[in-house]
Design a protein around this ligand. Structure first.
Ligand SMILES: C[S@@+](CC[C@H](N)C(=O)[O-])C[C@H]1O[C@@H](n2cnc3c(N)ncnc32)[C@H](O)[C@@H]1O
Length: 297
């Protein structure tokens, strides 16, 4: 790790009458957050970053920015301090079946192909990387569960940097507006009403596991994955962080496995060891295995 992050940075300026030596420049905070999470902030959001830092300092009773910087950068920096800060800066917006073409490609092409390749047995592992409050992970599980030939032989893994989002995902409880984008056939099969809300059925929930993970710094699941969905996550990252995260995801794909990114989330360079394919109009990357897919209508 870059040793410089453990040192109080120079370039502090006089801010609001505070001691010059105790203020940290906004860009230094942004760089620190970028290194931790991949998140990059436009000029217009830098004020939000500085406000988040100051609010956190107030809540924790940290007297100076330099002291807060030291706390965040000391080796093994406490997760709760980072969690609370990151939480204020991330966008959790999500929905069930948010990008329908990706789920169609999964249902119509990818699962049938992987099932065949896996005829020798073994469960399929699917990963919703940056799953927010769980809707994407449960959508993957619904598609896999409805695939009768798969016979429930799969696990969906949902990972997100936000522990709060992961807690909500684990509950599997959603309001009527949230479930409105679930196709009727899945809604009847995989949801049960509970008051005004809806709960994911136990059977489906038992196939989905959630864990706090970080796509930057290689904190993920130990399993190798046959399908990875990473949608609407990398759009908030710097180009270098996109490459880093995609390399990490690529390293977790099985031979023949697929990585599906959201529209407009391609890395500038093709991920090492992956081939770009188009499946029913959806761009995906495959770790080429025994039976490569070519462009499909
Ligand atoms: C806008 S949501 C997208 C959720 C879902 N994938 C979708 O398409 O609806 C982005 C999610 O990425 C998560 N995220 C941001 N940076 C991350 C990182 N470094 N590692 C893991 N998750 C991250 C955020 O916490 C947030 O929940």
């Amino acid at each position: 790790m870059d040793q410089s992050v453990f040192e109080t940075p120079r370039g502090a300026g006089m801010t609001g009458g505070r001691d010059d030596s105790e203020a940290i420049g906004p860009q230094v905070w942004c760089d620190l957050i970028l290194r931790r999470s991949g998140l990059a902030f436009r000029q217009t959001r830098i004020g939000d970053v500085v406000s988040a830092i100051r609010d956190q300092m107030r809540m924790l009773g940290v007297p100076t920015e330099a002291e807060f910087y030291r706390r965040l950068t000391k080796p093994g920096a406490s997760a709760p301090e980072w969690d609370a800060l990151i939480e204020r800066l991330i966008n959790h917006e999500t929905s069930f079946f948010r990008h329908p073409p990706s789920f169609d490609a999964l249902r119509r092409h990818i699962l049938p192909e992987l099932r065949e390749v896996r005829a020798r047995g073994g469960r399929l592992n699917l990963w919703s990387a940056g799953c927010s409050t769980g809707q994407e992970a449960y959508s993957l599980a619904m598609v896999a569960m409805a695939d009768e030939a798969l016979k429930g032989e799969f696990t969906v893994w949902g990972g997100d940097i936000s522990r709060i989002a992961i807690e909500i995902a684990r509950r599997g409880r959603y309001g009527p507006r949230a479930v409105a984008t679930i196709p009727d056939v899945y809604r009847q099969q995989f949801l049960r009403p509970d008051g005004v809300d809806f709960e994911i059925t136990d059977e489906l929930r038992s196939r989905v596991r959630f864990m706090a993970t970080n796509l930057i710094g290689g904190l993920g699941f130990s399993a190798a994955h046959d399908v990875i969905f990473c949608h609407n996550v990398l759009i908030y990252f710097s180009p270098a962080a996109v490459s880093q995260a995609v390399e990490f995801l690529a390293s977790r794909l099985t031979l023949g496995g697929y990585l599906l990114l959201g529209p407009g989330e391609a890395p500038t360079e093709r991920p090492h060891g992956l081939t770009q394919v188009t499946i029913a109009g959806v761009r995906a990357f495959q770790r080429r295995g025994a039976r490569p897919l070519e462009v499909r209508a």
